[in-house]
Design a protein around this ligand. Structure first.
Ligand SMILES: Cc1cc2nc3c(=O)[nH]c(=O)nc-3n(C[C@H](O)[C@H](O)[C@H](O)COP(=O)(O)OP(=O)(O)OC[C@H]3O[C@@H](n4cnc5c(N)ncnc54)[C@H](O)[C@@H]3O)c2cc1C
Length: 544
């Protein structure tokens, strides 16, 4: 009997996976796609809409699913019973599966208070209004901001460059534009050549650049940075911070992302895979989403008996930068220490010269959009194809995934987390049942437990998670900690200054912060104790 694969999602990763499974599954799999929206949105051109340089395309999702060999059901995945292989939907129904692939994407949340958060097509009109206000002379200084966190930063560069081109065409020279980013260099992910090309473009268009800073809010003409500093700005256009949708019964990070292995398998859950923006891979890009979907589809097909050796996910970044004039194509293969190969060229390095590259999806969408595929990809002048394994640590170092606050050297000798943390946190195992942990929490009179696997901290479980699980009517002796914990929690070390820990807790809204030594859990910091200590030291300056 065919393996029943349920794909939750109807975006880039979901469609790429369905197409890959149709090709690789060879009749061994049947695919059902579950998504709440009836359309597939091709979002990359959203940045061009306010300038009338392009428009967002959309396609009927059920039609695409059918053409990709999948059946389509309308609804949102709300919870998973991994043991019973049941997917619960928003329509209060359940779908039985053999393998689940979660490809629900990530939703935008405002990252910079007071900014125009550019989420995509929904913000075209607000961006147009801002351009009108600039033209009317009401706005003289605009900052374009990449927030810290997992984002795809390219769109904000495009918005800044297109704004500059738009203003230059109208001979408005005295508007100050600045691009503000936590990246060490502009578009650092695209490697040296890509980054340099963008830096030059920004310079040519008169856009100032501030790198290595973390903006948090616009207040009275000043963009406030953490831990300190400001940039003058009348208006701020910021990318959103991305969050995965909450799905009960799956180990998600505090940002709602799912940690997966190189084949897309969700840690500790044998029949659950994930691909795309919802995974904890820090680069949220369509091409990457498609590559993850391919890796997961290969593993699923192989498990179903297809004769293939599943290849792990190896990210290759490709990008087409819209500048308002001639587009730039960027390509970067993230190498495992063997060098940094990146290119910037006005010629496309791949076909179709589209903004999202998927092995199966690009030609598929090309067909639907009525674009013919040339027999061969055009050769890129000077292109050097390199394929080297990704080192996860390298990519994490290039992306400001989480807020990190370095110790202030001036504050040496100040209070540290070690002085306030509790040193005997409740430790539980991922395979413990929720019933067992609830009993231990009650006995220890504590509202949280650290989840440790072979001595390494992999999660945190709080009384709020228990409430969520029991409200969802899970059985206390069947549901496991792994399915309900927050995975890969934000942590501090015992040497972290107390003020930095309080800032982290405030920014994230945490009541508990695990303390680790390397990856080993050594303590727990409670918000109340931390703020009491911090207040004692710095008065009311924290505004808590
Ligand atoms: C303005 C903008 C410009 C961009 N430009 C580029 C670019 O130039 N190149 C590029 O490669 N990438 C670009 N991206 C990023 C790219 O769009 C995403 O990385 C990509 O779409 C991620 O694919 P995905 O399948 O993970 O998620 P999505 O494509 O977002 O799809 C998620 C799907 O899941 C569905 N869903 C949501 N919740 C549930 C649920 N609970 N159950 C079931 N289904 C659910 C949604 O309805 C949707 O169908 C851009 C993004 C934006 C916003």
């Amino acid at each position: 009997m065919a393996t029943r694969v349920l794909i939750a999602g109807g975006g880039v990763a979901a469609l790429e996976a369905a197409l890959a499974l149709r090709k690789l599954g060879e009749g061994r799999v049947s695919v059902e796609m579950l998504a709440p929206e009836s359309q597939f949105w091709y979002r990359p051109l959203a940045v061009a809409e306010p300038f009338d340089l392009g428009e967002v395309k959309h396609f009927d999702l059920a039609e695409l699913a059918t053409a990709a060999g999948a059946s389509f059901s309308s609804g949102a995945l709300s919870g998973v019973d991994a043991g019973g292989r049941l997917a619960h939907t928003s329509a209060a129904s359940s779908i039985s599966y053999d393998v689940l692939l979660v490809a629900c994407g990530a939703g935008p949340t405002p990252a910079v208070a007071g900014a125009l958060t550019f989420r995509g097509p929904a913000d075209t009109e607000r961006m147009r209004t801002l351009l009108e206000e600039i033209l009317a002379g009401q706005v003289g200084r605009v900052a374009f901001v990449v927030p810290w966190g997992a984002v795809w930063s390219l769109p904000i560069y495009e918005l800044a460059l297109m704004t500059a081109a738009y203003l230059a065409e109208r001979e408005l020279a005295d508007v100050e534009l600045v691009l503000v980013t936590p990246e060490e260099a502009p578009l650092r992910l695209f490697g040296r050549a890509g980054s340099e090309a963008v830096r030059q473009l920004l310079e040519e268009r008169g856009i100032a650049l501030r790198t290595g800073v973390r903006p948090v809010e616009l207040v009275e003409g000043e963009l406030r940075l953490v831990p300190e500093g400001t940039i003058a700005a009348d208006r701020v256009v910021a990318l959103p911070r991305l969050r995965g949708p909450r799905i009960d019964g799956l180990p998600q990070t505090v940002e709602g992302f799912l940690p997966v292995d190189a084949h897309g398998q969700v840690h500790g859950l044998a029949d659950v895979f994930a691909a795309g923006d919802i995974t904890s891979f820090p680069v949220k890009q369509g091409g990457i989403a498609a590559q993850q979907a391919d890796a997961a589809a290969e593993m699923i097909a192989a498990n179903a008996g297809a004769d293939l050796t599943p290849q792990p996910f190896r990210p290759v970044l490709r990008g087409l930068l819209l500048t308002g004039r001639q587009p730039r194509y960027l390509r970067h293969e993230i190498t495992g220490g063997g060098g940094d190969v990146s290119e910037a060229s006005p010629e496309p390095l791949w076909w179709p010269p589209a903004k999202i590259v998927g092995r199966y999806l690009a030609p598929f969408l090309g067909y639907f959009a009525g674009v013919e595929s040339p027999p061969e990809a055009p050769a890129a002048p000077g292109a050097v194809p390199v394929e080297v394994e990704l080192e996860a640590a390298q990519i994490h170092s290039l992306v400001a995934v989480r807020l990190e606050l370095a110790a202030d050297p001036e504050a040496e000798g100040g209070a540290t987390v070690s002085e306030v943390m509790s040193t005997d946190p409740l430790l539980v195992a991922p395979e413990d049942t929720l019933g067992e942990v609830a009993e231990k929490m009650r006995a220890g009179d504590t509202g949280s437990a650290l989840v440790s696997d072979y001595g390494r901290l992999i999660g945190i479980l709080t009384s709020r998670d228990l409430l969520r699980a029991f409200a969802g009517r899970v059985h206390p002796s069947e549901a496991r900690v792994r399915e309900w914990m927050t995975a890969e929690p934000v942590t501090v070390s015992a040497a972290t200054p107390i003020e930095a820990a309080v800032t982290l807790m405030t920014e994230y809204g945490f009541h508990h912060l695990p303390v680790v030594d390397d990856e080993r859990p050594v303590g727990m910091l409670g918000l109340r104790q931390a703020t009491r200590q911090a207040r004692g030291r710095i008065g009311i300056g924290l505004g808590l």
